[in-house]
Write a protein that binds this ligand. Structure first.
Ligand SMILES: Nc1ncnc2c1ncn2[C@@H]1O[C@H](COP(=O)(O)OP(=O)(O)OP(=O)(O)O)[C@@H](O)[C@H]1O
Ligand SMILES: [Mg+2]
Length: 320
């Protein structure tokens, strides 16, 4: 099948995969407390979920990707329309259940943020197999497949491992952002890049990884053990590390006003894969990724990063 999502500059193609998308509803209220009705301000609705967020950020940064995602019920319909409105090319796998909704509330009196994350509809075997079939038919040869986000009920925990295998068999590179057993199985299969947070890496390694040295060593061990060519360990406000066969790079974050950290990980992933697809070296992709993650924390609630912020921070990191 021809991919309609070619990069404008003829760069390599990117397919993102989201099996558990969510309509992200966000709003604000003065104070979150029990029993009373909480009067909220204006609300905002975004099409969220790992892979789709990655595709949306790629779009904002001037690149192109195709977002493959499941959608069902009235919420799924709304979700598809929102993705379409952002002009992100999509491939939809219809499902019987209804696309889930997540709810984020900013408490204005304290600056705290509450995130309610729902489980998502159960997928039948036929449905998740359809996702894999569509991946198999649309893997961009010589390009990138980004598998990101949680797996909904019904989907086996080797799902991302299967995606990684399909990518490899079709000459594409697979990037995974997942946790728990879905992450573990993907690493056993072997991937191009994995982007764990410290918590995800520590859980996988089975230790607390308290010192920075332990953290770098755990990332490097995944590379030397053949689980991933690149390990991008993101450390929130402490920045990130990139382990590969040429060693470990460490970047601190530029100082930015922290408004909402929602979407930082997805923005990181988006900038990384976009720069790689554009043929840039990994070190440069890593710098862009840290810049995009930090730009994402400057925007309110579920809002993604702005291109101008990413480019400014990228330049700052280059000259640092
Ligand atoms: N408080 C912060 N200040 C500046 N930059 C940040 C902050 N939090 C995150 N970032 C940037 O975003 C990147 C990814 O963030 P983080 O490590 O929180 O990812 P994550 O845990 O996957 O996030 P998510 O909650 O989106 O899944 C970091 O490497 C950093 O560049
Ligand atoms: Mg994350």
């Amino acid at each position: 099948m021809a991919m309609e999502g070619a990069q404008p500059s003829g760069a390599r193609q990117i397919l993102t995969l989201t099996v558990n998308p969510a309509l992200d509803i966000s709003t604000a209220t003065a104070k979150v407390e029990s029993s009373h009705k909480l009067r909220c301000g204006a609300s905002r609705v975004d099409p969220g979920g790992g892979g789709v967020n990655v595709a949306r950020v790629i779009q904002r940064l001037g690149g192109r990707s195709v977002a493959l995602f499941t959608a069902g019920g009235p919420t799924g319909e709304a979700y598809r329309r929102l993705v379409e409105a952002e002009r992100v090319p999509s491939l939809v796998v219809p499902i019987r259940g209804s696309t889930r909704q997540n709810f984020t509330v900013d408490e204005t009196s304290s600056g705290r943020q509450y995130r309610f994350v729902l489980e998502g509809p159960e997928l039948s075997e036929a449905e998740w197999v359809s996702c894999l079939d569509l991946v198999a038919h649309t893997v961009p040869r010589g390009g990138y497949v980004v598998a990101s986000g949680s797996l909904p009920p019904g989907v086996p925990d080797d799902f991302y491992a299967r995606v990684a295998r399909l990518a490899r068999e079709n000459g594409a590179r697979c990037l995974v952002d997942a946790s728990g057993s879905a992450l573990g199985r993907a690493l056993s299969e072997g991937v191009f890049l994995v982007k764990p947070s410290l918590r995800e890496l520590a859980e996988h390694a089975g230790g607390a990884l308290e010192s920075e040295q332990d953290q770098m060593d755990a990332a490097a061990a995944l590379v030397s053990g053949g689980s991933a060519e690149y390990v991008a360990l993101t450390l929130g406000a402490r920045g990130a590390a990139l382990a590969s066969s040429s060693g470990v790079l460490r970047l601190r974050v530029p100082s930015v006003p922290v408004v909402s950290t929602v979407g930082a990980g997805d923005s990181f992933m988006a900038a990384f894969v976009l720069r790689m697809a554009q043929g840039r070296p990994a070190g440069e992709a890593f710098r862009a990724a840290v810049a995009a993650g930090s730009a994402a924390v400057m925007t309110p609630a579920t809002e993604l990063c702005h291109r101008a912020d990413v480019e400014r921070l990228e330049a700052e990191l280059r000259s640092a």
